[in-house]
Design a protein around this ligand. Structure first.
Ligand SMILES: NC(=O)c1ccc[n+]([C@@H]2O[C@H](COP(=O)([O-])OP(=O)(O)OC[C@H]3O[C@@H](n4cnc5c(N)ncnc54)[C@H](OP(=O)(O)O)[C@@H]3O)[C@@H](O)[C@H]2O)c1
Length: 435
């Protein structure tokens, strides 16, 4: 299942995503419906069980004889021992606790009699991944940490409801992928003192009401300063708020602007990085009718001819931008960091959707001004959802704050972010379950 929307994920896509996203050596065992395997096996079992050894993102070279032997020994000597030693209390471990879980599993593994194959596997693992001269027990713990940390942290954080929110989920995924230690704070603990030893706080708090949740960021900044945090990422992830006129087009942006003002006034105590992303592309596609586009209904309203350029960023790319910004603190310190997945127009998005679905969308026409005014009128009448039309109008050109690849320049290359391909992204998005 796709963790975000609980949509079934085709097996090929799952493996592709794993290869793209996992950067530590991991062994993933999966149950795959036989009809999705595409290899025509005659089997009565409706599922096949596959194990995938994921060696890391830059490991897309062909599997060598060494890799095969390593996988073979791992499957025979390590996996059965790991499975019999899985801690019955694993679900009691909290996110951030993977190391302790691994120690418990290593203790249980030690109770099983040592055999030659196991020794061989540990020696192979040591040769591949451990540079330091460590005792066998430490190597076993390290190996367990490599195999278990990411799936455990993600699973556990989701189970404990620490990962919520659109940007929150993709951020945690990208941070874990870059091997950051992550702690999640939820509402209840928002009054608590920040746990010590955190280098960065990333706020993905959200509200479309001015003066609401986004203003809480000031007290988060205060707590972060008291806890000795080095950098604060305010909840931005939209149009360019470095231009103060942004709040004329989307009212709640006043709180984002004031949060950065608050940070700037204290940048001798804590630095900040504001990540600007334009339109959150898949978030928008998920809302039928947002920005005139209704993907399930195959209909679209084209505004002002549909050729206005704007920046669009996938949720995964937002997460990566945050993680990479953290990895370059000297460059991103006290900066607005402008990123995207692609610069698009409504017509380009529409063509990509039509190509991927092999269907023509039914079109109507309107103007950006009407779209935005309609939202503004609704908001004035107390209908908050009008804010969504104001957001869409601002992305599609009202105010000119969403085409910053032209006005400000992108940080993608500096941060080493992959440039995504619109057609490829749309195909993958639709294959994930959208109609
Ligand atoms: N440009 C775009 O297209 C676009 C689209 C979407 C979002 N964004 C921006 O991205 C950022 C994150 O948005 P999102 O879509 O990820 O938001 P989201 O899915 O609504 O999640 C918001 C998070 O904020 C937490 N929160 C809300 N009110 C809170 C409060 N009073 N106290 C403590 N926590 C609170 C929620 O906690 P619970 O889990 O406890 O509910 C949730 O985890 C925002 O700045 C938003 O404006 C931009």
């Amino acid at each position: 299942m796709d963790g975000q929307n609980e949509r079934p994920l085709p097996a090929k896509l799952l493996v592709e995503r794993l290869l793209k996203n996992v950067s530590v050596p991991s062994l993933v065992a999966a149950e795959v419906p036989s009809h999705q395997m595409g290899i025509g096996l005659q089997t009565l079992d409706p599922f096949l069980y596959v194990a995938v050894l994921v060696l890391g993102r830059d490991d897309l070279r062909p599997c060598t004889a060494d890799d095969r032997e390593y996988l073979d020994v791992m499957m025979q000597a390590f996996v059965p021992r790991l499975l019999t030693s899985m801690a019955p209390t694993a679900s009691e471990y909290l996110p951030g606790d993977a190391r302790n879980l691994c120690i418990e599993i290593a203790n249980r593994m030690e109770l099983i009699e040592d055999d030659f194959n196991f020794q061989t596997f540990i020696a192979m693992y040591r040769g591949r991944y451990v540079q330091k001269p460590l005792p066998q027990r430490a190597v076993v713990e390290l190996c367990l940490l490599h195999v278990l940390k990411m799936p455990f942290e993600l699973n556990s954080a989701i189970q404990n409801s620490l990962i919520r929110g659109n940007v929150g989920r993709s951020t945690i995924k990208a941070l874990l992928d870059e091997k950051f230690e992550v702690t999640g704070l939820t509402r209840q603990s928002s009054e608590a003192i920040l746990p010590p030893g955190q280098d960065a706080v990333i706020s993905t708090i959200s509200s479309i009401v001015p003066g609401d949740a986004l203003t809480l960021q000031k007290s988060l900044v205060d707590s972060a300063i008291s806890a000795g945090v080095k950098v604060f990422f305010p909840s931005e992830f939209g149009i360019d708020t470095s231009d103060r006129s942004a709040s004329e087009y989307i009212p709640f942006l006043v709180d984002k602007i004031q949060t950065v003002d608050y940070l700037k006034a204290q940048q001798d105590k804590i630095s900040w990085t504001a990540v600007i992303t334009g339109s959150l592309f898949d978030w928008g596609l998920n809302i039928p009718g947002f920005g005139g586009l209704n993907v399930p209904a195959h209909t679209a309203t084209v505004f002002d001819g549909g050729d206005i350029s704007y920046e669009a960023t996938s949720l995964d790319q937002v997460g990566r931008a945050i993680a990479r910004s953290l990895k370059s603190p000297a460059l991103t310190k006290n900066q607005y960091v402008y990123v995207n997945s692609f610069t698009v127009t409504q017509n380009k998005v529409l063509s990509a959707l039509e190509r991927a679905t092999n269907e023509k969308f039914t079109l109507s026409k309107d103007t950006v001004e009407n779209l935005w005014q309609d939202g503004a009128t609704k908001v004035k009448e107390g209908q908050l959802l009008g804010t969504l039309s104001m957001i869409a109008g601002s992305i599609l050109g009202k105010g000119g704050l969403a085409n910053y690849s032209k006005t400000k320049g992108l940080w993608n290359e500096i941060l080493g972010l992959p440039q995504e391909d619109l057609d490829g992204f749309v195909r993958e998005y639709l294959a994930g379950g959208a109609v």
